[in-house]
Design a protein around this ligand. Sequence first.
Ligand code: ZN
Ligand code: ZN
Length: 333
Amino acid sequence: MTVLASGSKGNSTVISSSRTRVLVDAGLSCREILKRMALAGEDPATLDAILITHEHIDHVSGLAVLARRLNIPVYFTEPTHRAWVRMVTPRTTMTYAKWLDHIQQEKEARAAAVAQGTSGVENDTNPDAPRPAFEDVGSTAADTTQAPISLEAACDPAPATKSNPAHLPAVEYFHSGTSFSIGDLDITPFTIPHDAVDPCGFVFSAEGIRMAVATDLGYMPPNVKAALKRIDALLLESNHDLEMLRDGPYPWSVKQRVLSRVGHLSNHATAEFLSNDYDGGASYIVLGHLSESNNAPELARIAAEQALANHPKLLGNRILLAMQSTPLEPITI
Ligand SMILES: [Zn+2]
Ligand SMILES: [Zn+2]
């Protein structure tokens, strides 16, 4: 696990087995992701896929350009993909008749996917399936060879794809709660409570090792507690200190949103999980998505360490802090 960035200005983490390497979220510019991968000793050309937890900008801002540059598939849930397409596509006015036509095309595409028996992971790369209206059919064959990645040239979008900002080399769909595989990585997405259309976290397992990414959650529901058992390296949200948030600069409406059950996990809530529900199995707990306005790294660390100190047998767990501005050293198990 290599956390390239974590926080409200951008999130991206590399997860790899010895044979497969994926990027969870692409919330920095393409250029910055490539730069940080180089800093951390990760080779972008070996990435097999990008997985997206949810459509908030701090998780997707570099997505399209990076996916096209590396020519790799992007895994979303279907609602998250749709939300992302809506977000990046410039608004056009559509007549009602055109809109009905568009909805009908989408319905037919879904029916065709079901008829082909694609369950669990679905994809829209089947050339026989009706194309969603937004796809740029003309540019799917771009960039099939992997040239060495140079930072200067790497992130300029190819002219053919400039017209369609939602174009991706390939899109694969997964459903939270249904496991799927990429290479030798087994991946189980789980639903998280957050104010996005279909947000999720992930458990990755390969070669007997399990890693998990669980950030952007308003509280710890039972399904997340259950998913985070027997994890060896855990990236876990510790977003804000309650007092700093209350007294901090955010307008009241934003404070309410962060504190809500679809907002972010406080240091206190994270500590409560570690004291009461955590099984103590992880060699590394990486505290992530720390707020720069409403948290201090030492407060997050102290809260988590105190929680673990209540369980002397858990003192072997190492706590690391993921940062916004620089990548963490790769965690190898
Ligand atoms: Zn976020
Ligand atoms: Zn979010």
